[in-house]
Write a protein that binds this ligand. Structure first.
Ligand code: SAH
Ligand code: TRP
Length: 702
């Protein structure tokens, strides 16, 4: 069998031609003088890269495989990468641009002849030819040099179309459970340093879905990140002092200089042009760390990372061979670089050809290098999260709720399904809206009375139900800490993503406490909450108002039954008030609540493959004066049928038909205290904010 099949011969030739065209297109806007000049001590003159590409190709294919004489006698002396350091290459008697172009074209002609099999040396059994490896080597080499040349052009200050990373939508981090995975690649064209593919075991960790952006880096700058010694490693600080770096390479005041132009800084663009030292300082500032390359690859192979291929990502890993590493086909590609001097970068940049930016690909460089199109992605240790509601239970429960809810009249969906990652993010936005007074009022009460609550409860354990990001809860935690009481924090929520990020932050901010997250449903898993310590159970945000009126007593009773005498229950409730203000709180001018409401349909689309068209639905909040509650629905703007493949359903909606999604009951002191007593609690304290908008009730279990 020929080492390269006829089919793949044509494919390889086409790829070689494509890479060559890309290389020439890149150099096209530059004059011969610009090509010949040495722009930076860190980078070769472009004309060196050009002829080096030819030399490498001739050495491996024309000479090694084809058995031919070198096409350029002084090729080895001038263009071998190990012969002369980059900074001296401008002094060498290099081929001029025309001669270099001619040289690479003549080399290519010989390559194509060898590829065509005319003088295929080595024969069967030569590992260099297996699956066309040597052609892959030459092809990837050329593509990697295209990126190197773009780096050179970018620091030369020359005007050039260049390129840039694209903003990556999304946010938040992902939990990667402990367990084994396969590291590396045995693909035909994988480099030696990616081999052999082998099993690795990693503890749980968290990793951001998207790379760090310019906007986040601006916050780091505003917070004095470059001047804060404690954020930097010893080596990093020494570099910073010597280099004088105060911002990423090329940054001005709100601008970034690239390819000969000053452009406004786009806060959403992935950050690039930082050294590994800067990346590490940023990560420490963010309460995170760089991922190891193994973590990066595991998460990438699990499909959890977005924006791979926009910027290279610095990792925490020094460059080393995998167990069983064998240098192939030459030690100068990888092996001579193994050691602590280099850091691995993963992913690939906007300038990297996708065939190089494979998930197992390992790039490496000195940690001081900034001309690379490199940024970072944050990782954290896996936080302890217990899943009462694992992904499968969640899916099952969602399916059951949707099937039942859409079969009933009127149609309804339970409110907890609003809260996927995006729903939680939108709720966070709601809490900052001018119309949504609830969060601010409740915080006001907590600011005034957190100390009283800590003292009255005598608690050493805070348990929060429907915790979300636990922002206001920090007031209580600080009060417990100030009283020297804080031992344990337990947060429960249905949204695993938000919960896990919150657990990680709480663990960092309250190191004296044991922090535990429970992914669960507070209508089902109260009985399974940890029971250690003397607990203060908190249910804030008036979320109790979101229960169906019939479910509220059941919930309070179940909670009471899960608690011990001497423990306390803190409940936040929104109070009945002027309907105008109530409606505004659920129908804000910016339309955030409408988006939150509609997100329920996106959850059904994402998780059940439904085809709700959000544009055909509108958010309808009404004040129900009789029942004293906000009644929130989604109205079908027209007659339509919605398919939900996961349930095998096609559901008709009439024009104007309303889907019941949520209520938010409003309370009066007497009413809620009566309900608490009915459930077996003993209401002890009642506070409101100054305006009397919101109430906080502290009960004990007797
Ligand atoms: N306590 C926070 C968040 C309130 S938003 C505050 O006061 O600002 C409501 C929170 O409850 C969301 O984080 C949502 O994910 C969670 N939640 C809603 N229904 C739930 C249920 N049935 N079980 C557990 N958590 C629930
Ligand atoms: N617990 C919050 C409340 O009842 C939840 C919420 C905020 C909400 N905004 C919403 C529920 C809009 C439905 C629609 O206020």
């Amino acid at each position: 069998m020929p080492p390269v099949s006829t089919d793949s011969r044509a494919a390889v030739a086409a790829e070689l031609a494509e890479a060559r065209a890309a290389m020439f297109a890149l150099l096209e806007p530059l004059s011969d003088d610009e090509l010949a000049r040495q722009w930076s001590a860190l980078q070769s003159p472009l004309v060196w890269d050009l002829a080096h590409i030819g030399h490498f190709e001739d050495a491996w294919i024309g000479q090694r495989v084809g058995g031919l004489q070198p096409l350029l006698e002084e090729g080895e002396e001038l263009y071998d990468a190990f012969r002369h350091a980059r900074h001296g290459r401008g002094e060498l008697p290099l081929l001029d641009p025309d001669a270099a172009r001619d040289y690479v074209s003549r080399v290519r002609d010989r390559t194509l002849a060898v590829l065509g099999g005319e003088s295929l040396g080595g024969g069967d059994g030569d590992p260099l030819l297996e699956n066309g490896f040597v052609f892959g080597l030459v092809l990837q080499h050329e593509r990697q040099h295209v990126e190197t040349m773009l780096q050179t052009i970018s620091i030369s200050g020359l005007r050039h179309p260049g390129g840039r990373p694209r903003p990556v939508p999304g946010a938040g981090d992902r939990l990667v459970e402990a367990g084994p995975f396969l590291l590396g690649s045995d693909d035909a064209w994988a480099y030696d340093n990616e081999r052999p593919v082998h099993e690795r075991e990693l503890p749980a960790f968290r990793i951001d879905a998207t790379p760090v952006t310019n906007g986040a880096w601006l916050e780091f700058l505003a917070d004095g990140g470059y001047g804060r010694r404690e954020l930097w490693s010893d080596e990093g600080w020494a570099w910073r002092e010597a280099d004088g770096a105060e911002a990423p390479l090329g940054w001005g005041d709100g601008t970034v200089r690239r390819f000969g132009r000053d452009e406004p800084l786009d806060p959403d663009e992935p950050l690039q042009h930082v050294s590994c030292h800067e990346a590490e300082a940023f990560a420490r500032w963010a309460g995170a760390r760089l991922p190891t390359e193994e973590e990066w690859e595991k998460a990438a192979k699990a499909g959890l990372l977005r924006g791979v291929g926009e910027v290279w990502e610095w990792t925490a890993s020094p460059f080393a061979g995998y167990p069983g590493f064998r240098a192939f086909p030459y030690p100068e590609y990888s092996e001579v670089f193994f050691g602590d001097d280099y850091r691995v970068l993963r992913g690939g940049s906007w300038a990297t050809h996708p065939s190089v930016a494979r998930l197992s690909f390992r790039n490496w460089d000195f940690p001081v290098r900034r001309q690379i199109f490199a940024g970072l992605r944050l990782a954290r240790d896996g936080a302890p999260i217990e899943a009462r509601l694992g992904p499968r239970d969640r899916r099952g429960a969602l399916e059951a709720d949707v099937r039942e809810g859409l079969a009933s009249t009127p149609k309804r969906i339970p409110p907890k399904w609003h809260y996927d990652e995006e729903g939680s993010r939108l709720f966070g936005e709601i809490t900052r809206l001018p119309e949504y007074y609830l969060t601010r009022r409740e915080r006001e009460i907590l600011e005034a009375h957190a100390g009283d609550i800590a003292a009255a409860s005598g608690a050493d354990t805070l348990v929060e139900l429907g915790a979300g990001t636990s922002e206001k809860t920090r007031l209580l935690l600080d009060a417990l800490r100030a009283a020297g009481q804080l031992r344990r924090i337990v947060v429960l929520d249905v949204d695993e993503v938000t919960l896990a990020a919150s657990v990680a932050r709480l663990s960092a901010e309250y190191p004296e406490a044991e922090v535990q997250g429970v992914v669960g449903d507070l209508e089902r898993h109260l009985g399974e909450l940890p029971r250690e310590g003397r607990r203060l159970v908190c249910f804030l945000g008036s979320s109790i108002g979101n229960f169906d009126v019939e479910h509220r007593p059941r919930f309070l009773r179940a909670l009471r039954d899960s608690m011990e005498p001497g423990e306390s229950f803190l409940l936040g409730v929104d109070l009945v008030k002027d309907p105008g203000r109530l409606v505004a709180a659920y129908d804000d001018a910016a339309g955030v609540t409408a988006r939150f409401s509609l997100n329920l349909l996106s959850v059904l689309n994402d998780e059940l493959g439904a085809d709700f068209d959000l544009a055909r639905w509108e958010h309808v909040p009404r004040w129900d004066a009789d029942r004293e509650l906000m009644d929130i629905r989604l109205r079908s703007r027209e007659a339509q049928r919605v398919r939900i493949p996961a349930l095998g359903l096609e559901v008709p909606f009439a024009a104007g038909e309303e889907l019941h999604t949520e209520i938010s009951a409003k309370f009066r002191r007497e009413g809620i205290e009566a309900e608490l007593r009915e459930a077996g609690f003993e209401p002890r304290e009642w506070w409101t904010d100054e305006a009397g908008d919101f109430g906080l009730s502290l009960s004990s279990v007797v």
